[in-house]
Design a protein around this ligand. Structure first.
Ligand SMILES: Cc1cn([C@H]2C[C@H](O)[C@@H](COP(=O)(O)OP(=O)(O)O[C@H]3O[C@@H](C)C(=O)[C@@H](O)[C@H]3O)O2)c(=O)[nH]c1=O
Length: 181
């Protein structure tokens, strides 16, 4: 697995070795030693998976407050997503900047989203399954969101009228969001 720094410090693009043969493929999706060598030392406590039936489904932008702030490693099992990490730490030199990458069943790439970043994705094909590891447990009382199309962030989503949950339609803009993480 190769681990590349993106333009935002702490956000990594992971490129696993994919061993393809006549049967299909084999890939290590997580290896503790490789992560530790890259400086990612936190233990992952929870694995999540979601299915989005329609292309153009957008989930985000999500984060959790302390003490449940989460680092996430996101990958696409089936289908494809445009995956986004946004720096929402007010004291950061890259505050409000975002990184967007395509993660797909074909490229097997993963995105590491550190604490202090909001995360979201838009599905690019029908029946997309996303799986991700998190290093803190889900905490409904600390679960927060930011509006996906906040003009201050100007994220270039590949979908203009996405399918959203009721919750995701109601998130505040960044300047009104809580930022204890
Ligand atoms: C995130 C989460 C949700 N749930 C429950 C709460 C709710 O009833 C149901 C659906 O939750 P949501 O609508 O928040 O699911 P979803 O919109 O898929 O939320 C996810 O979006 C992506 C972008 C992330 O980054 C994730 O961390 C997570 O926030 O699942 C858990 O039980 N555990 C969890 O860890």
């Amino acid at each position: 697995m190769e681990i590349h720094q993106t333009k935002l410090e702490g956000v990594y693009l992971l490129e696993p070795n994919v061993y393809a043969d006549d049967r299909g493929y084999f890939v290590e999706t997580y290896n503790e030693n490789v992560f530790k060598k890259a400086g990612i030392k936190e233990a992952f406590l929870q694995d999540n998976q979601s299915l989005s039936k329609q292309a153009g489904t957008l989930r985000g932008l999500h984060y959790q407050l302390n003490p449940n702030s989460q680092q996430k490693v996101v990958r696409c099992v089936t289908g494809a997503i445009f995956d986004v990490a946004v720096d929402i730490r007010q004291e950061s030199p890259t505050y409000k900047q975002w990184v967007g990458v395509v993660l797909s069943e074909h490229n097997q790439r993963q995105l590491l989203v550190p604490k202090g970043f909001a995360h979201g994705f838009c599905t690019l094909v029908d029946d997309t399954i996303v799986a991700y590891k998190v290093d803190q447990l889900y905490s409904p009382q600390n679960d927060r969101g930011i509006r996906w199309n906040d003009p201050e962030l100007a994220i270039e989503w590949p979908c203009s009228q996405p399918i959203l949950s009721k919750k995701d339609r109601a998130h505040p803009l960044l300047h009104k969001a809580e930022n204890n993480f």
